[in-house]
Design a binder for this molecule. Sequence first.
Ligand code: ZN
Length: 262
Amino acid sequence: MILTLWRQRRRRRLRARPFPKKWLTLIQRHVVFFHRLSGSDRAELLCHIQVFLAEKRFEGCGGFVITDEVRVAIAAQACLLLLHRTTDYYPRLLTILVYPLTYMAEEKRQIGEHLWEEGTVSRLGETGRRMGSLVLSWGAVKHGAADPSDGKNVVLHEFAHQLDFENDAADGVPGLATREQQLSWAEVMKSEYASLRAADASGIPTLLDTYGATNPIEFFAVSVEAFFEQPRALRAHHPKLYAELRRYFQQDPVEFSAEENG
Ligand SMILES: [Zn+2]
């Protein structure tokens, strides 16, 4: 309780600090969606970035050097997911590890009931419920900041996983306010996930990345990418999914979308 009060006071002070000019220039130059937000959303985003950058540690990997550009580009995209809601700033996350491009990871994948495939795969990002860290490729982060409507954004994807972990389970369900919301979320996600799996199995083209057919955890992260990057298309083709995400995020990204009308 005392710690919470102390933390809240500290965060209030951080949010009230004048935003460094140099950081603002970097955001204006590299983070395209920033220009499309309303004035009050921009102000709220900058406040969150101050707290985020004061609380999270960044580490360069594979010879990569962390600069202010790297820190603010990641923070700005991660904090978009926090607007309009009471937030604890990704409480499970302490450190963000950044590689220059893709990085290699050992992976063991089940491909049949008793069959596992092991190997080295290249990745753009990852995080886990017990990791306390989140890994990103700078190449992918930069691309995500520069193109806000191609449906792909590694920062939004990995931080969506962190939101999923906030209620102590990795299950594709973030902390929802009411029982009614949980029930309607479960119903919508179940049928949307099933139709993505069916489309994936039969090779039908989909708006959502079929990586979301892997499991409900990835389905949530992929849906978040589409919600912020291709909201018009998501609203048109998956209105119930769009409505659940809008209710959870308390945002309507159609209002600031860079997407072509579609
Ligand atoms: Zn994922």
